[in-house]
Design a binder for this molecule. Structure first.
Ligand SMILES: [Zn+2]
Length: 264
């Protein structure tokens, strides 16, 4: 779908803001799998950055077209964090005027835990302790890197992890995430409430309410809400509910402008 089509859909759904967060993948070992982007219907290598030039051109056009209709169009980026590839992220983030840079852990040991097919390669060979060590180790490094405005879908390992480890996966964060939340609070790093879990059959958002409560307790104050839409029909799905949940928890929802949080 084009940026224009998503903007039209956002207006039709009564949204006042849309932030695009195309993926930037930086793990050299996954170059042959992930480092591609679709431009004008054609698959291009991500390394050329031609797609980023085009992305900002399209956003500019969309802003001209839709601002008078009351839609704010934001330039975001979702980075799949990979240790050792921080410089590549820094370079891209410094070169373009992003509103919002989201950092997410998609891969552990170079396998995508976000993918039903690939996650088996990882989960089937690990015990829960090892998963926790890998995931929260990577998360800590992502936070410490200072590269990200927010951390995306923090407990993504629950998407398929339950099929391998049962309900114990729900407690994986205990005793492991608290220090990371305290570091996020110190740095002013925010947390995304990602609603994609709800259209995949999970009952809670990413992260779940118990994690949000721990984040609050640790002093995290910046929370964004996103539907992580990869299709037009998913745009804004359950986001009102997520906003409501944050409000009920006494937390405020943020949007970002040129990488600065604005409380709504
Ligand atoms: Zn993601």
């Amino acid at each position: 779908m084009s940026i224009f089509e998503y903007c039209r859909e956002a207006l039709a759904r009564g949204l006042v803001e849309i932030c695009f967060t195309p993926h930037l993948e930086v793990d050299p070992r996954r170059r042959h799998i992930d480092w591609f982007v679709r431009v004008d219907g054609k698959i291009e290598p991500m390394e050329s950055e031609r797609w980023l030039e085009r992305y900002f051109q399209d956003l500019e056009e969309a802003r001209k077209e839709f601002s008078s209709a009351g839609l704010r169009v934001k330039a975001g980026l979702e980075v799949g964090f990979e240790r050792g590839a921080e410089a590549a992220v820094e370079k891209v983030a410094a070169r373009y005027p992003f509103d919002f840079v989201l950092g997410s852990i998609h891969c552990l040991e170079h396998q995508a835990i976000s993918s039903r097919r690939e996650c088996r390669e990882y989960f089937a060979h690990k015990n829960l302790d090892a998963v926790a060590k890998d995931y929260f180790g990577a998360l800590k490094e992502a936070v410490d890197s200072g590269l990200f405005d927010c951390i995306g879908h923090l407990d993504l390992y629950k998407r398929y992890g339950g099929e391998f480890f049962g309900r114990e996966i729900n407690d994986l964060h205990r005793g492991r995430v608290e220090d990371i939340f305290r570091a996020m609070a110190r740095k002013g790093t925010g947390l995304e409430v990602n609603t994609s879990s709800r259209r995949r059959g999970l009952t809670e958002f990413h992260p779940s309410t118990d994690l949000l409560a721990l984040a609050k307790k640790a002093g995290v104050r910046i929370f964004t809400v996103g539907s992580d839409a990869h299709r037009k029909k998913d745009l804004g799905y359950c986001t009102r509910e997520a906003v409501q949940l944050l409000k009920e928890m006494g937390l405020r929802v943020c949007a970002f402008v040129l990488r600065k949080p604005v409380f709504l």
